[in-house]
Structures are given as structure tokens and as C-alpha cells.
Write a protein that binds this ligand. Structure first.
Ligand SMILES: Nc1ncnc2c1ncn2[C@@H]1O[C@H](COP(=O)(O)OP(=O)(O)OP(=O)(O)O)[C@@H](O)[C@H]1O
Ligand SMILES: [Mg+2]
Length: 386
């Protein structure tokens, strides 16, 4: 059985004081008016299963204003016969983040995000359109995030590589200003090449697979024109050492490292047209969704398990036919949690098959059989017995 999230408790997370949400396999629709906490809830799910927020690199932001810590607790169904894993992420500003799995200290953050929590997540936030529309760094981040949830070694290499490039840059400036000799560069070159090759190999391996998944997702979502993603290297892995050496003079002059995976990009195209430069808003949005679906397919291909899909405000700006396609896609997924302000985007049949979660003012509500709204936490009592 593919794992999924059964319940999540949020304590002092964004605008939630202490609330619990119960989720089902298949489609879960989080509905509420603007500024009630829909995006925050999706963020909390990602935080719970990856150990960090996909929206901000700054952890203090997720702590409820006026509180001194934030905590998520998740119950993940990991096997048939009701087998569960309990994972918790606790964060207090100024302290190290605390991850626990079934009550015991969890693995390192990179391993936790790469399946250590029991389930992986692929998310979409409206801002993600910058993967298609934005700078090369946005596209690299998409790749690095995806490869990191597949392999903690990749995540570590990416972090170490960024640090090594920083240090090489400092040294370049020292050489330029006469405080160091060029000979000292060799050590940093070796380190940068060694880590950079690991990143390039990871990306090179994934790109053709992603290209295929992306093309078929965009075909289903958009239309028959040929879609593609194509990586462009500033240096191929086997030429990297050489290219770095050749760049010495120029790099010293500029004080930055000019070749390597931190300078690469990939092109997202539709019918031979580069969508970054020429795509319409709708095409860019659909291409972003197709990249996320490609990420889902790739995770499934590598791990044999579906990640949970967290898609924020995904239905807006799409026409009826595409909304219908997406609703079907999410219904057929192992688990998807999507948010909307408008339940009218979904027809009755879909609403009947989906779990609807109502959000109001940072509280998670449930409609009882007699039509009254009540807080889930109150109806189901404590999280552990929910
Ligand atoms: N750390 C925090 N502590 C308390 N409240 C916060 C914190 N961070 C954000 N908020 C507030 O949480 C509220 C809900 O935000 P959220 O982005 O989840 O709304 P939403 O339901 O997704 O709305 P929309 O439909 O407009 O996207 C906002 O008013 C926001 O200011
Ligand atoms: Mg929102």
C-alpha cells in the first residue's frame, strides 16, 4: 500500500493555535474564504512530512505570532492493516529543529525529507509559475528539490557544492587583490569539481525521464503540441575540471565562478517555442503544473510510491475543461490535498467522492450530519485517538 497522511495536528503554526485535520486517500478539498488559512494548512502538511516549509527558507515565519514555538504532528498510514507512523516536527526560534519518528529522534533533515517521514510530498503554490517564467535559479531549485527528496546524498552534495563555490569565490577575490596566489585555487577546484559532478550526474540522469513525463502531462493538460524540457550545461560533467581550469583568468578578474551546475538552466518549450520568453500566462501556468506532475511521476518511478500532492489554489485561472481534467487526476491519485475558495469548481459527483475540509479563521471545521459546523478537534477529541 502506498503511504498517505491520515491526520495532522497543527500547534502554533501560522494562524492555527491548535487544530487537527483528518484526511483521506484520494482527493481532499480545502475550502474557505480568502485569508482563512488554506495556504497555511498546505504549508503545514509539507512542513510535517519534509521538515521544512516550501514557501520560506526562514523558519521563524511559520511560528504563530506571539507564540514561542511551532509544532506539527502527523499520522501517516504506512502499511495495510492500519499500520501507522507518527512523525512530529518541532521548531522554536534559536533552537535546532526537532524531528521525531514514532517518539524517537528522527534522522537528519535531508533523510527525513527523502522518505524518512514515511511519505514524500510534491507541492504546487501559485508562485511556482516562476519555475517557467522566472530566472534560471528558479528552474535549478525545482530540479534540486526533486532530486533531494529522492536521494539525501544529492541534497547534501547540493548544499556542500554551494558552500564550496562561495569559498572559491572568496579565494578568487583574494587572488585578484594580491592576498593569495593562484596555486591555492587547485584545492578548491578539486572540491568544486567533485561535488559539481555529483550534481550534474544526478540532473543528467533525471532530465530525459522528466522530459518524457512532462511532455505527456502537458499533452493531457494542454493539447497535442510537442512539449519538452531541455537542459543546457555550462560544462558537461566529463569536461567540468577542464572548463574550470580554463576559466581561471576570467574568474579571478570577476571574482566569481563562471562554470558549473550553479550556472546551468533548462529550457521549457511547447511546439518549439520557449515558454520562459514567449509563453502566455495560461501556458506558463499549465507548464508549471505539468512539471509538478512530472515530478510526481518521477518519484513514483524511482521509489515505487506516490508522493502526496499539495496543490494550492490550483483551479483558478483555468477553464472548465481543464478543471475537470485536474479533478479527475487528483481523484485517481493516492492522495491529493488541494485548496480553493470556490466549491462550484467541482461537480456533484466529484464532491461526493472527495473529502471536503472547511477552514474558517484558522480553525478546521466539519459539517455534522445535522448540518452544523463544528471544530474537528472538538468532535474527535485528542489527536491520538482521532
Ligand atoms: N506566523 C503567522 N502567525 C499568525 N498568522 C499568520 C502567520 N503567517 C501568516 N498569517 C496569517 O494567516 C492568514 C491566512 O493566510 P493564508 O495564506 O493561509 O490564507 P488563505 O486561506 O490561503 O487565503 P487566500 O484565499 O487569500 O489565498 C493571513 O491573514 C496571514 O496574515
Ligand atoms: Mg492562499
Amino acid at each position: 500500500m502506498t503511504p498517505y497522511l491520515r491526520a495532522l495536528r497543527l500547534i502554533n503554526f501560522r494562524n492555527y493555535a491548535d487544530d487537527t485535520v483528518l484526511l483521506k486517500p484520494g482527493l481532499n478539498i480545502v475550502v474557505g474564504e480568502n485569508a482563512q488559512g488554506k495556504t497555511n494548512l498546505l504549508e503545514a502538511i509539507a512542513f510535517a512530512v519534509t521538515g521544512s516549509s516550501p514557501r520560506t527558507p526562514s523558519d521563524p515565519e511559520v511560528v504563530r505570532w506571539g507564540a514561542d514555538f511551532a509544532r506539527t504532528e502527523a499520522r501517516i498510514a504506512v502499511g495495510g492493516s492500519g499500520q501507522e507512523r507518527m512523525v512530529a516536527v518541532g521548531y522554536a526560534p534559536g533552537q535546532k529543529k526537532r524531528l521525531t519518528v514514532d517518539g524517537a529522534p528522527g534522522p537528519a533533515l535531508s533523510a527525513y525529507a527523502a522518505g524518512g517521514a514515511g511519505v514524500r510530498a510534491v507541492n504546487f503554490f501559485p508562485d511556482d509559475i516562476r519555475i517557467v517564467k522566472g530566472a534560471p535559479s528558479d528552474r535549478r531549485e525545482y530540479l534540486d528539490d526533486l532530486l533531494s527528496i529522492l536521494r539525501p546524498a544529492y541534497a547534501r552534495a547540493a548544499l556542500d557544492y554551494a558552500k564550496a563555490v562561495q569559498q572559491r569565490n572568496q579565494l578568487l577575490r583574494r587572488i585578484r587583490d594580491g592576498f593569495s596566489s593562484e596555486r591555492t585555487l587547485a584545492t578548491w577546484d578539486r572540491k568544486v569539481v567533485d561535488l559539481g559532478e555529483q550534481i550534474l550526474r544526478g540532473r543528467d540522469e533525471a532530465m530525459p525521464v522528466l522530459d518524457e513525463h512532462f511532455a505527456s502531462s502537458l499533452r493531457a493538460l494542454y493539447g497535442p503540441e510537442k512539449a519538452a524540457v531541455h537542459y543546457s550545461h555550462s560544462a558537461a560533467p566529463e569536461d567540468y575540471a577542464e572548463a574550470l581550469r580554463e576559466a581561471h583568468d576570467a574568474d579571478i578578474e570577476r571574482g566569481t565562478t563562471s562554470v558549473g551546475p550553479h550556472r546551468d538552466d533548462f529550457e521549457v518549450s511547447l511546439g518549439g517555442v520557449d515558454l520562459t520568453t514567449f509563453g502566455s500566462q495560461g501556458q506558463q501556468r499549465m507548464a508549471t503544473l505539468a512539471l509538478k506532475f512530472a515530478a510526481r511521476d518521477h518519484v513514483r518511478g524511482v521509489t515505487g510510491e506516490d508522493p502526496i500532492l499539495l496543490f494550492d489554489d490550483v483551479m483558478s485561472e483555468l477553464d472548465g475543461r481543464r478543471r475537470e481534467f485536474l479533478a479527475g487526476y487528483f481523484l485517481e491519485s493516492t492522495q491529493a490535498v488541494i485548496s480553493t475558495t470556490n466549491l462550484e469548481y467541482f461537480d456533484e459527483e466529484i464532491l461526493r467522492r472527495a473529502q471536503v475540509v472547511r477552514i474558517s479563521g484558522g480553525a478546521i471545521m466539519e459539517t455534522t450530519t445535522d448540518g452544523v459546523m463544528e471544530r474537528v478537534a472538538e468532535r474527535h477529541g485528542s489527536f491520538r485517538t482521532a
